[in-house]
Design a protein around this ligand. Sequence first.
Ligand code: AMP
Ligand code: GLY
Length: 425
Amino acid sequence: MDILVVGSGGREHAMCWSLAKSKRQPKLFCAPGNAGISKIAQCVDIKAEDIEGLVKWCKDRKPGLVVIGPEVPLCLGLADELTKEGFQVFGPSKAGAQMEGSKDFTKKLLLENHIPTARAATFTDYEKALAYVRAQGAPIVIKADGLAAGKGVTVCETTDQAELALEEAMKKKAFGEAGSKVVIEEFLKGEEASILAFVDGETIVPMVSAQDHKRVFDGDKGPNTGGMGAYSPAPVVTESLHEEILDKILKPTVAALQRMGIVYKGVLYAGLMITPEGPKVIEYNCRFGDPETQVVLPRLKTDFVNICMAVAQGKLSHLKIEWDERPAACVVMASEGYPGAYPKGKVIEGLEKAAAHADSYVFHAGTALVGYKTVTSGGRVLCVTGLGATIQEALDHAYQAVGDIHFEGVHFRKDIGWRALTSGR
Ligand code: AMP
Ligand code: GLY
């Protein structure tokens, strides 16, 4: 079977790697892919946002399955276009992708269905938003409604900061049209965790829990990034909490989508705050997380092709999904300057040596091939995952492989998993 994976990050490398292990021995294509992906899949030079180009390629090549990684093509309706043409697709429709594409849509869905989340109000008028912020006081959270590449949320410790954030989003249009509407939200205290679930429109199968590190520097300091590392499981999510999240959050969410006529197929990613009153939704994403995928998929024991097909065909209830008990941890190696401006084209050394270790995997994110050399081509360059008997051992395996790899200006966090290691759980 031919399978097309759409995307080019560490997440898509992990997806291709997991699909490639299938007993069905699929022939993999990836659009556009990266240097690491090109070793296990045929890269197709079409951007993930080029909906027309991707649909045309599929009509020519007729893949048996299309797996969509990033949110942008999902929000642009790639799944709808492909489904209309009769293809099997892993990834929600445009209507389903609003769960990530519009914070206002999701907030309304959560509040109307009494699903635990932060109190919030939505504004399109700057003066009214300002008055609300002044009345509520700090701490408070300001969120651009639309997609802002992970940068649209500002957690404000003071009202001055909140006023500045409003001005940036609504007046200065720092996030373009995404910020013309803002959701202003109560600040939630607690520990964060992510639960990703496979959903086939009806059946929901939660995956093992995960937690990423969003800030660029050690000690969770500095600006937010796409994610500098992750670990799975997140010890804060106990077995009973896992049940509670399924019953009180995921099930009512999918039921609410169904009542709106939305058949959600793909991954539903719940970003949660575990508060003293229980788990509350911070955000939903309509796809696998990056780098959460790089710690979740290496723990998956069930054939990933079978899962993707079952999701596409609404047959998830027929499958038993099994996981490796061993924890996983992932360290992101980034370019100097990320998440701000960064150089490209730095030669990456040591990849073969790193690949030789058992129990670690090097997933490529922003890499490209220049002749025989692998060079940097993005902010997040590599995601190095380790598996082990404990989170500490998984981290040791990841950091051992990280130690073998070098490129000029490389930056990675040295404290991935600190919360899991110090929680005592
Ligand atoms: P998001 O892009 O919605 O995941 O938000 C980015 C980060 O902002 C989250 O991972 C949280 O750390 C933080 N955050 C978002 N909403 C809240 C909230 N209501 N209370 C506290 N922190 C929040
Ligand atoms: N790591 C966060 C995300 O994928 O949105």
